[in-house]
Design a protein around this ligand. Structure first.
Ligand code: GLN
Length: 197
């Protein structure tokens, strides 16, 4: 049984735990560096990225997380999790840092207020695999969502919303602006587990 760590410092942890368990994998809440041992994959949930960043540093998780992801651990970051993964935050909170393991720039609140948030179907723009391919759609909820304003060489664009890049992949790292876990869409969790094999 694959073991998937879900960073559980703040934010939408429970929905990811349920998504992972619904796929027959085991979910482990990550709150301390030792929780990273033995994981097959990792999820960084949505929430408030500046709070998650601060708590990561308070609990000594910042460098261990960076090391694990750089070491090849298959990782999915959603919303604030994407912001945590990025090399550059265009509009950081004061003192806010990111892990710098996904070569993108992000604008934290590109899709505006809670009210401007939306539920949409996104066409898959990435390559075909056993999990998802052209012609498929992702069910996405956008909640004060970031957008990717720059994607470096070697970063694949997997989906766009209103022209803006909202899903990317670089090697073992998947980053998405939105929340499929609130829509009951496990496509990206299955993609994560697939890459963990
Ligand atoms: N805009 C939020 C941030 O800066 C992210 C919102 C979310 O994760 N739903 O972290």
């Amino acid at each position: 049984t694959p073991v998937v760590g879900v960073l559980a410092l703040q934010g939408g942890v429970v929905e990811h735990v349920r998504a992972v368990e619904s796929l027959g994998a085991r979910a482990v809440k990550v709150r301390a560096p030792e929780d990273l041992a033995g994981l097959d994959a990792l999820i960084l949930p949505g929430g408030e990225s500046s709070t998650v960043d601060r708590l990561c540093r308070t609990f000594g998780l910042f460098e261990p997380l960076r090391g694990a992801i750089r070491g090849g651990l298959p990782t999915l970051g959603t919303c604030a999790g994407l912001i945590m993964l990025a090399t550059q935050i265009e509009d950081p909170a004061p003192g806010q840092q990111s892990l710098g393991v996904l070569d993108v720039s992000v604008n934290r609140n590109a899709f505006g207020s809670q009210v401007a948030s939306a539920e949409v179907d996104l066409a898959w723009l990435g390559p075909a695999s056993g999990v998802v391919g052209p012609g498929d759609h992702l069910k996405a909820a956008f909640i004060r969502a970031p957008e990717v304003t720059r994607a470096g060489d070697g970063v694949e664009v997997l989906a766009r919303h209103r022209g803006a890049v909202v899903a990317v992949r670089q090697d073992n790292v998947l980053g998405i602006s939105f929340h499929p876990e609130l829509m009951g869409d496990t496509t990206l969790h299955r993609l994560l587990l697939d890459s963990a094999r």
